[in-house]
Ligand binder design. Structure first.
Ligand code: RFL
Ligand code: PHB
Length: 391
């Protein structure tokens, strides 16, 4: 098989890139480890920046998102038992975010790809190998149903997430990795119950962080900070709701509706960046190159901005015969990545209970939160990062 761009991974990065390239007349093939249902079953992100919304529109798949997604104009910060609103449009000159689940984003992109008849090879397991990306004729090999296949291509896009094969294929000496692992995780629960409040609530409490998010007006997504040693089996739904309730203000606690979990899982928190994001004809995008802790809702949005830069670079290469975009891809993407890494790290350390920081740690966080909601400058810094920094 021969194509122009071989894409590894059918998560949001790979699917968005595939659709943008197709719109520009650039041939691409996606190779994915799992089945479509498995990919759709991973409950992850919920908040899209305007840049990600625009990209869905550019891909021609924005209709359902505009119909069913919820435009949010602010978030609430809960600390010392009281809630304080951060008003996004007021602080950022009119900007908002869209609550629309990663599952739905992926679904819409998969449907469009199928409708256009674009080649996607699912369920290749761990058989993918990358070859010759340091030269001029890269190849991707994989095995499907016991048969070996080879894709000849001009470029490889590594969109295969943190545990993917793309970054792992780069010689160790060519890559620098920066990493911080946080000493806690997020236990998340998804249920068909109306959200406790119509905006997201981020809570700092002496018992640890909590987040009340949603997927729709009838489906809630809640999280509580837990020690890394906790197992999801240790947490019954009732124990989860009890603990969430203890971390909320009385009004929110009163409104908390319980319902059986559709999904419950623990996610570890990590900050991670691999530099550079290009190795000859191999380009990394999304979680393959960087991870943020979910506190700032930046992971999927960074994947979208990487893909925006990368698709423009390929379009410049094929249509304008210029390699400028390709040559600048890594530096352009990393400049935005590091700012989102900084924001996510800052918001994580402001909102969570750290095992070693003691009572003084809690007091210092509360003082910073007080300052944050009282100072327009500080609130603006939070709001403009949350809605997304410019491309
Ligand atoms: P993905 O989604 O991990 O997709 C990579 C795909 O590559 C496949 N793959 C392979 N395919 C072929 N061969 C191999 N060897 C392969 N190895 C892997 C995988 O099966 C998979 O299908 O990466 P991508 O596309 O870069 O997308 C990144 C996002 O998924 C991620 O950043 C977000 O989910 C992060 N995130 C959030 N981001 C936001 O912007 N807003 C949020 O509100 C938000 N909330 C979250 C989150 C992540 C969370 N968890 C569980 C980590 C909340 C949570 C709890
Ligand atoms: C989510 O809805 O899953 C979500 C929302 C906001 C975050 C993280 C996760 O900061």
């Amino acid at each position: 098989m021969r194509t122009q761009v071989a894409i590894i991974g059918a998560g949001p990065s790979g699917l968005l890139l595939g659709q943008l390239l197709h719109k520009a007349g650039i041939a691409n093939v996606i190779v994915e480890r799992q089945s479509p249902d498995y990919v759709l079953g991973r409950i992850r992100a919920g908040v899209l920046e305007q840049i990600a919304v625009d990209l869905m529109d550019e891909c021609g798949v924005g209709a359902r998102m505009h119909r069913e997604g919820l435009v949010h104009e602010g978030i609430e910060l809960l600390f010392k038992g009281k809630r304080h609103r951060i008003d996004f449009p007021g602080l950022t000159g009119g900007k908002t975010v869209m609550v629309y689940g990663q599952t739905e984003v992926t679904h819409d992109l998969m449907d469009a790809r199928k409708a256009e008849g674009l080649p996607t090879v699912y369920e290749v397991g761990d058989t993918v190998t990358l070859h010759g990306f340091d030269g001029t004729s890269p190849k991707v090999r994989y095995r499907k149903d016991g048969v070996e296949h080879e894709i000849e291509c001009d470029f490889i896009a590594g969109c295969d997430g943190y545990h993917g094969v793309s970054r792992a294929s780069v010689p160790k000496g060519a890559i620098t990795e920066y990493e911080k692992v946080y000493p806690f995780g997020w236990l998340g629960l998804l249920a068909d119950v109306p959200p406790v409040f119509h905006e997201l609530i981020y809570a700092n409490t002496e018992r640890g962080f909590a987040l009340c998010s949603m997927r729709s007006k009838t489906r809630s997504r809640y999280y509580v900070q837990v020690p890394l040693t906790d197992k999801v089996e240790d947490w019954s739904d009732d124990a989860f709701y009890d603990e969430l309730g203890r971390r909320l203000d009385p009004e929110a606690r009163e409104r908390l509706v319980r319902g059986p979990s559709l999904e419950k899982s623990i996610a570890p928190l990590r900050s991670f960046v691999a530099e550079p994001m290009r190795f000859g004809r191999l380009f990394l995008a999304g979680d393959a190159a960087h991870i943020v802790p979910p506190t700032g809702a930046k992971g999927l949005n960074l994947a979208a901005s990487d893909v925006k830069y990368l698709s423009s670079a390929f379009v410049e290469h094929y249509k304008e015969k210029s390699n400028a975009g390709i040559d600048h891809y890594s530096a352009r993407a990393l400049a935005r990545v590091w700012k989102a890494e900084r924001f996510s790290w800052w918001f994580t350390q402001l909102m969570h209970r750290f095992p070693d920081s003691g009572e003084i740690g809690q007091k210092l966080q509360e003082a910073e939160l007080d300052y944050l909601v009282q100072s327009k400058a500080a609130s603006t810094a939070l709001a403009e990062n949350y809605v997304g920094l410019p491309l």
